[in-house]
Design a binder for this molecule. Structure first.
Ligand SMILES: Nc1ncnc2c1ncn2[C@@H]1O[C@H](COP(=O)(O)OP(=O)(O)OP(=O)(O)O)[C@@H](O)[C@H]1O
Length: 231
């Protein structure tokens, strides 16, 4: 199978402490892969490593043919990311954040305008377009961040706990949007503690335990594993 994302033998240390050990993960086009595991298992660290926010000790990370170590700038244009906590710029309005993404990813003007209108409407923040982050609630900031990540056409979407701060309607819309993206062949890597979302959305899973992969495979085998643990 053609692979869009490959993580091979990836290890990460923080302040000399091993956090991830020899992690392997791979995903193909149109695959939704859920990263699961208990608090502190290493999910966010792995995601931050895959997006280049955290350095790795060893291992290979590639999107399509682009290795993170060769051209980080080219690699970074192949994905967008929704962090667990919104990372917005205090000096930029909602609209200016979207513009920043338009420029960074060279998004076509017409596609950009249509998407901004559609997503602001769907996430009910049209009236917040000229507001700065400090005037937004946490959920609204999360919506701005989510829209930013949905604007470019990129082969991979990384999403850390996407449903946490969102209201039911926004969560439902995001879920539908992720399925639409998947159908377009986009690879989606998400972390979530919401097992119902894993079952509803994911094709495959990788379970981390103390920084190592404890099991992985199709989501059906995750459901069997979960049933066994609850017996
Ligand atoms: N900046 C940091 N400095 C020191 N230790 C860290 C740092 N970030 C993460 N860790 C440690 O790395 C380990 C993995 O944390 P990580 O946030 O990746 O886990 P997680 O699986 O995402 O957890 P959660 O489900 O609670 O979000 C934990 O032991 C955590 O204490």
């Amino acid at each position: 199978m053609y692979l869009v994302l490959r993580v091979e033998n990836c290890s990460v240390e923080i302040d000399g402490n091993p956090i991830l050990q020899h992690v392997n993960l791979q995903a193909g086009p149109g695959e939704i892969l859920a990263l699961v595991g208990h608090n502190g298992a290493g999910k966010s660290t792995l995601m931050k490593t895959m997006i280049g926010m955290r350095g790795k000790l060893s291992g290979l990370i590639k999107i399509q043919q682009e290795s993170m170590d060769d051209h980080l700038k080219n690699y970074k244009r192949l994905f967008s990311y929704i962090p667990e906590e919104p990372l917005l710029f205090s000096e930029l309005t909602t609209r200016q954040h979207f513009d920043l993404y338009r420029r960074s990813y060279s998004i076509d003007e017409d596609i950009f305008a249509t998407r901004v209108d559609r997503y602001m409407d769907a996430f009910e923040i049209t009236d917040k377009k000229d507001d700065y982050p400090e005037a937004l609630s946490k959920g609204m900031r999360q919506k701005v961040q989510t829209i930013c990540a949905l604007l470019p056409d990129v082969p991979v979407l990384f999403i850390d706990e996407p449903f946490m701060g969102l209201d039911v309607y926004a969560g439902q819309y995001l879920e539908e949007e992720l399925i639409r993206r998947k159908e377009q062949g986009i690879t989606i890597i998400l972390t979530t503690h919401q097992l119902d979302k894993v079952k509803a959305l994911a094709d495959t899973y990788v379970m981390l335990k103390n920084g190592s992969v404890s099991s992985s495979g199709p989501v059906e085998s995750f459901e069997r594993l979960e049933r066994r643990e609850h017996k």
